[in-house]
Write a protein that binds this ligand. Sequence first.
Ligand code: TDX
Length: 301
Amino acid sequence: MTYAGNPENLRDIENNPRYKFIKGDICDEKLVNEIISSEKPDGVINFAAETHVDRSILDSYSFVKTDVLGTQTLLDVSKKYNVSRYLHISTDEIYGSIEKGSFSEESLLNPSNPYSASKASADLIVKSYFITYKTPVLITRSSNNFGPFQYPEKIIPLFITNLLENKKIPLYGDGLNIRDWLYVLDNCQAIDLVFHKGKEGQIYNVGSGNELTNLDLTKLILETMGKDEKSIEYVKDRPGHDRRYSLDYTKIKKELGWQPKYDFKKALIETINWYKENKDWWQKIKSGEYLEYYKKQYLER
Ligand code: TDX
């Protein structure tokens, strides 16, 4: 429950008997011990992380704490109680930037910012538990996610909500950085599959083949929302800004039969519609804590 946590995101499953919410910190070893020893889970899937690159540039402490020490705590307790499956959610960012070609699971880890460095560190620790203790770990590394409920600091929800508020949209640098866009439900399906069918100790890249420059992505959003390029504000570049992310995800396709199902443009339109129809959800977020951060991020850089 950091700034990005929001109980409203889970409202639709709130009354499901298979769901239980416990507020806590993954770095709190005592609490994690209590939960795992009493709940005796079939598996642990670690989605908990500080994830926003710009925030890690402003202050990296919480990234190292949650992403690295939190992972180590969860792993230690999972090992202690012999959890039979431990899935760690990682990211394409740990490979760093690539001009041509794509990264495979064997590529060198070469992170560029405190966020991706914290995630790369976590991946190495997770892998070491498999080698050292035979902890049954698995890792997924996915490309940029988008979809409903995404906190409006990531480029897609930030731009959509700014446009709905008739505000400018801040494009970093020349806007020609490339990202590969994966619809969130495709990622969910990949995670489910890896959790149930993946081979212990293995890493699976989860890409989508929808590579776009930020400028092309922006133009698509503008066009869909009936706006023009006058809404773009070119702002100072992000320090250490990775030029291009690209994943080779042959392994998950060949070994587990996964591939993305959602059409990128259709999923983007659905995402835009979701933000149009759920103004209450994001307006609350943007009017509070976010404003302070936004000022720091764009006005003081
Ligand atoms: O206001 C913006 N303007 C802009 O031009 C923002 C927020 C971003 N950008 C650019 C920076 C990136 O090139 O858009 C691209 C996407 O930026 P983010 O949405 O911040 O994502 P990115 O930095 O690519 O990292 C994301 O993908 C990998 C997630 O935040 C990570 O958590 C994930 O691991």
